[in-house]
Design a binder for this molecule. Structure first.
Ligand code: SAM
Length: 296
């Protein structure tokens, strides 16, 4: 989707459109995602990891990016089916609040938290990043993992996310991006891109990283790290693609035509990586001076 189009879509219309995808039965997504149902890029550090291992490595990378030591309060905006929230509560003893506008995802995340004995440490709210009741100045860390692409007003989203952090708290964001503004304008509205952003996800916009960084700076973050995860997403999507191809009939029985829709999305994504598109992660600190340095 191009810039002019994305600005014409209201926040509410975008949420309604993406909910049509995320409210599909969790069993459908289980056919191709890892066991924690992470709907994002994994991390293949060695190269021979399984999808489960790659997604676990990615969650550890997020925890390191947020400088977690244990027991922190974390807000996961666009938490999907709650995989990262459960992981951080289990592995790092964090208290986690997950937010997503999909009621189906919320139900799944709560049920899974209960099954894992995490009810006291994981809370899930059905809502949007723009909700005025998003708690302010409360969190040590905020995560936005593959979510900003669904938000027509990325500046307001980053301002709200930053406001939720205590002073010195960290924000982790990862997103799929066009390589630069020229590619965004040239390729964003092509039929293959539209298939991914509009047909599959309902609403999506892959802004260049420079625009996300500008919004993060304007929101009051001091930027501390940037990582290029592009090859890791290519590999993740190869895995998803093989799984969908192997379980095509099962998927189509749940939603006719869905297997082909997904395979076309995966093919477009993997042709684009590194040429027209990138997948980046960055971290920012809500602090005037950025990282605190002992003695200074
Ligand atoms: C690609 S999924 C990523 C899920 C999860 N972060 C992960 O890494 O697996 C995008 C998520 O963003 C959520 N989302 C879409 N619009 C949102 C909004 N306005 N506020 C909060 N979450 C939103 C969707 O419902 C979905 O859960």
């Amino acid at each position: 989707m191009g810039e002019a189009d994305s600005q014409a879509v209201t926040r509410e219309a975008a949420v309604e459109a993406t909910n049509r995808h995320y409210d599909l039965p969790p069993d459908l997504f289980k056919t191709f995602l890892d066991r924690r149902m992470k709907y994002t890029c994994g991390l293949y550090e060695r190269g021979d990891e399984s999808l489960d291992e790659a997604q676990e490595a990615k969650m550890c990378f997020i925890a390191e990016s947020l400088a977690l030591r244990g027991g922190e309060r974390i807000l996961d905006i666009g938490c999907g089916w709650g995989g990262l929230c459960h992981f951080l509560a289990e592995r790092y003893g964090c208290t986690v609040v997950g937010v997503t506008p999909s009621r189906v995802q919320i139900r799944h995340a709560r049920d899974d938290a209960e099954r894992r004995g995490l009810t006291g440490r994981c809370e899930f709210h059905c809502g949007s990043v723009y909700d005025p009741d998003l708690p302010g100045r409360r969190f040590d860390g905020v995560a936005l993992v593959g979510v900003i692409e669904h938000m027509p007003d990325h500046r307001a989203a980053l301002t709200a996310a930053t406001r939720a952090l205590r002073t010195g708290g960290r924000l982790y964001l990862s997103a799929s991006c066009f390589r630069n503004r020229g590619m965004f304008e040239e390729y964003g509205t092509r039929p293959a891109s539209r298939h991914v952003t509009d047909t599959v996800f309902g609403f999506g916009v892959l802004r260049p990283l420079s625009e996300l960084l500008d919004a993060a700076e304007s929101a009051g973050l001091s930027l501390s790290t940037i990582a290029d995860l592009t090859p890791h997403y290519l590999r993740t999507i190869d895995e998803w693609s093989a799984r969908v191809a192997a379980r095509r009939e099962e998927i189509d029985a749940m939603r006719p035509g869905m297997a082909e829709e997904l395979l076309r999305y995966f093919e477009t994504a993997n042709v684009g990586w590194g040429r027209t598109t990138k997948h980046y992660a960055f971290t920012g600190i809500r602090a005037r001076m950025g990282e605190a340095v002992v003695g200074l």
